[in-house]
Design a protein. Structure first.
Length: 131
């Protein structure tokens, strides 16, 4: 009877470890997914920063370009913002939102990596693979 209990306990521990390993794998894939999303958002940020720099460097040229795409639109009157100013404001707002998203993702990834490392240490100690 004690052998049966010992085998059952061993099986239960094995099942728990299998579940823990599956969880580690899931969390690892989740971190990879968030890292991919982070890289994509960083590329977007770089592109936005480049666009902002171009508009800031020569706003009059950009007003001409915007006017060329909308030939029926009337030019900005006195006191009205120019197309380049509106576009620049929109891009800066998008950049601000993107920076917030990037910061949140970086925080999530760091937290998930710390949790994963802690849980991995726990699993390794249970398996007996402490290095």
């Amino acid at each position: 009877i004690s052998t049966l209990k010992s085998e059952q306990t061993t099986r239960n521990e094995y099942q728990k470890l299998q579940a823990a390993i599956s969880y580690l794998s899931f969390r690892s894939r989740s971190i990879e997914s968030k890292s991919t999303e982070l890289r994509f958002k960083e590329e977007q940020r770089s592109s936005l920063e480049t666009s902002i720099e171009k508009i800031e460097s020569d706003p009059e040229e950009w007003d001409k370009r915007f006017a060329a795409f909308r030939p029926n639109s009337s030019p900005a009157g006195p006191g009205q913002p120019k197309q380049s100013e509106l576009r620049l404001q929109m891009l800066q707002e998008r950049l601000k939102d993107l920076n917030s998203d990037i910061l949140a993702l970086e925080t999530e990834i760091l937290t998930a990596k710390n949790e994963l490392a802690s849980f991995e240490s726990f699993v390794q100690s249970k398996i007996g693979l402490i290095e």
